[in-house]
Design a binder for this molecule. Structure first.
Ligand SMILES: NC(=O)c1ccc[n+]([C@@H]2O[C@H](COP(=O)([O-])OP(=O)(O)OC[C@H]3O[C@@H](n4cnc5c(N)ncnc54)[C@H](O)[C@@H]3O)[C@@H](O)[C@H]2O)c1
Ligand SMILES: [Zn+2]
Ligand SMILES: [Zn+2]
Length: 405
């Protein structure tokens, strides 16, 4: 079968690989009809989240049709349409039972303290072969498959594999409530759906910060107030728009590949000391890179979105962090957060917890997350699609891959 395989930093290939087989009685094999490229995949290819094992199939977003079931999967039948949660839980440990699927005690073969188990990630996350393939093996399939309700399209369901629940989770971590002024950092797919989720969860106003006009425009069409960090200082603008108070809640949807402003007042406000700190952080998180022209270039300001979050939130406000940082990232402005009585929550999304509710909402016409999907690509062009998404070319916000017919 065809799959996208990680060989090294800056080296991914579309290859023929062996099809997966049932290995445990609670496994399922899913024929993947649709997968997608996520900002998280970029961290692995750029080298800013280290530890990938060569040969791992990439991808953690997928919808498909059940091809084969192990004897212990009793809640599905061959032929069912399903969406796959990005993170893997066992469905029986205390963490899964409490809804903390991303902290499952059992699913990660490296042990209960190894961290979140998910598809297509570094060695310490399993590794599990990913979903940018024609077929995938799904462990604990009773829990790690969710049926797609009638009337919900593959495209809609695909957003529920990762980005919509992650946006929802980001708004929950930020404790969004009725009337809150919420600022979302990052207008990638996760940030866009965090904005939508914040609105559904009661936000009065939603502000959103990015440096790409096309992404900001998509967010504005959802009624978000847009701020371009290349022409304005986002901290100043958020203060100005909120009568000097700041945002009640901030959702950080950027992660370790955060970029410095290319110009404007935010660039002018960055002193040499901050620049030197970013260089140091980058050397720490990404000792190995493989930049090819404009391709696979890590962000040049790993902690900048975290700094802006702490500076733009109101006193005693809350920050929810869903942008991904590797375990060796050690830089958070704790002093300022402490002095301002902030609440800060962060984490990998417990996808499975939110998926059924979000699917019901979509089925009922209560949310359409597909506004973020901008490109549909077929298998032969997946590597080019990765490259365009990596360069953040206009219109390449969320790429859906048609893996098999
Ligand atoms: N916690 C989770 O479970 C989870 C799940 C999915 C994705 N993620 C993470 O969420 C983040 C966003 O994912 P995505 O798919 O939307 O990625 P993306 O790369 O498409 O989007 C990131 C956006 O941030 C913007 N950006 C860069 N520097 C910025 C800055 N200084 N301030 C504001 N915006 C800035 C970029 O222009 C881009 O539009 C990534 O770190 C990804 O790994 C986390
Ligand atoms: Zn993802
Ligand atoms: Zn578990």
């Amino acid at each position: 079968m065809k799959a996208v395989v990680w060989h090294g930093v800056g080296d991914i290939r579309l290859e023929d690989v062996t099809e997966p087989k049932i290995e445990h009685p609670s496994d399922a094999i899913v024929r993947i009809t649709g997968s997608a490229i996520c900002g998280t995949d970029l961290h692995f290819v750029r080298g800013t989240v280290p530890g990938m094992r060569p040969g791992t199939i990439l991808g953690h977003e997928g919808v498909g049709v059940i091809e084969e079931l192990g004897p212990q999967v009793r809640n599905f039948a061959v032929g069912d349409r399903v969406v796959i949660p990005s993170t893997i839980g066992c469905g029986r440990c205390v963490y899964c039972r409490a809804g903390y699927y991303a902290q499952c005690d059992v699913a990660n073969p490296n042990g209960r303290d190894a961290g979140t188990a998910f598809y297509g990630g570094p060695a310490e996350t399993g590794p599990f072969d990913g979903l940018q393939a024609e077929y995938a093996r799904i462990p604990y399939a009773h829990t790690n498959l969710v049926p797609i309700p009638p009337g919900v399209t593959d495209e809609q369901a695909l957003t529920v594999s990762d980005i919509f629940p992650t946006g929802w989770f980001g708004a929950r971590l930020a404790q969004v409530g009725e009337g809150d002024v919420v600022c979302v950092l990052g207008a990638g797919p996760v940030g866009q759906l965090a904005a939508l989720s914040a609105r559904i969860q009661g936000a009065g106003r939603v502000l959103i910060v990015d440096g790409h006009a096309d992404r900001l425009e998509t967010a504005r069409l959802q009624n978000a107030e847009t701020i371009d960090f290349n022409t304005e200082d986002p901290v100043e603008v958020v203060k100005e728009l909120t009568g000097g108070i700041g945002a009640d809640r901030v959702i950080e949807a950027v992660g370790v590949d955060a970029e410095r402003p290319a110009g404007g007042p935010a660039a002018e406000h960055m002193d040499e000391r901050a620049a030197a700190e970013f260089e140091h952080e980058l050397a720490e998180v990404a000792p190995e890179t493989n930049v090819q022209g404009r391709q696979w270039k890590p962000g040049d300001a790993p902690s900048l979105a975290l700094r802006w979050a702490v500076e733009m939130v109101a006193k005693a406000g809350t920050i929810g962090i869903v942008g991904v940082y590797p375990p060796n990232h050690m830089h958070f402005p704790l002093g300022m957060a402490m002095q301002r009585n902030l609440t800060v929550q962060a984490g990998n999304c417990n996808h499975r917890r939110y998926m059924p509710g979000l699917l019901s909402r979509i089925a009922a016409g209560g949310a359409d997350p597909t506004t973020v999907i901008s490109q549909q690509e077929q298998v032969p062009s997946v590597i080019e699609a990765y490259q365009a998404f990596d360069r953040r070319e206009p219109g390449w916000t969320k790429v859906v891959l048609e893996m098999s017919g």
